[in-house]
Design a protein around this ligand. Sequence first.
Ligand code: KG4
Ligand code: ZN
Length: 331
Amino acid sequence: MRVLGIETSCDETSAAVVDESGICSNIIATQKVHEAYGGVVPEFASRAHMRQLSGIVRLALQQAGTSLAGIDALAVTCGPGLAGSLLVGLSLCKGIALTLGKPFIGVNHIEGHILATAAQLHKIDYPYICLVASGGHTLLVLVQEPRRYEIVGRTMDDAAGEAFDKVAKVLGLGYPGGPAVEASARGGNPDAIAFPRALSESTNLNFSFSGLKTAVLYYAQSLDPVEGAARLPDIAASFQMAVIDTLFIKSRRALEACGCRTLVLAGGVMRNGPLRKIFAARCGELGIALAIPAPELCTDNAAMIAQAGRQRLLAGERSDFSLDVEPNLSL
Ligand code: KG4
Ligand code: ZN
């Protein structure tokens, strides 16, 4: 079954084609319009999706060596995400499905992130734990069996990616914050400043990143400008290490609590180089099987939506034309 996937939940406009052989194309256009505002402006996001999406779909079909006539079904993100942005993707999907008389399915964006990594495992041992860390979400998900998810931990305030974005703003490093903090941290000492690992003593599996963000703000404000500039790499590296440690401590606890031996990582924060290395080393020591997404599959992309949708379509699921977007859709 050849599936055309569409993803427009936030600021990436993306279309992809997948079939039984894997990903045939995955075109991602990251909207630049938000950079000047230091964050995503919802109305600009929907307008940019509207302008670009049909061209991106055409490119995805072309690169996959096919056309709309060669598509068996469609998959589209229906939530969670920005309402106006989701509506652009869902409307185009319905238009194509109606014209071609082909089935379509609405996909949960978070399920897309999870399955994008899980698809890399040769054999998936259930149950497994998935750590999802993106700009909007930080979740620990127990995956009992295909398409059966239980959220066992979540952030009580900021998402991990949001913490990177906010700290980058505090440190004057620009947007998006994750890559900027990682670049600045390269010359720094991760042990230089003892930033807090919130809730690390607590037995629950929840996260909190707002105290860490405030600790970085107070630390940066305590330095004079010259000292602040000189210590920037140490601050970035120490903050980054605090996030990595926190994510690892809770993931390990979730694995133990749920009796799992496999950890799957998903979401934009997984692009972070030191995080990938540290998780690989620590999971190796503990004998935990670890799946890390390829960098281009960490951030939002339509291949992950097409893959997740394809699994559901193959299982016989379909959406109907009354499907609406759900900005707060849970897993
Ligand atoms: O999954 P994603 O593309 O979009 C959402 O669904 O939110 O994740 C975007 C988030 C942003 O907060 C961004 O700062 C973060 O992922 N991110 C990173 C890195 N690259 C992107 N965080 C840390 N290190 C990175 N290299
Ligand atoms: Zn995402």
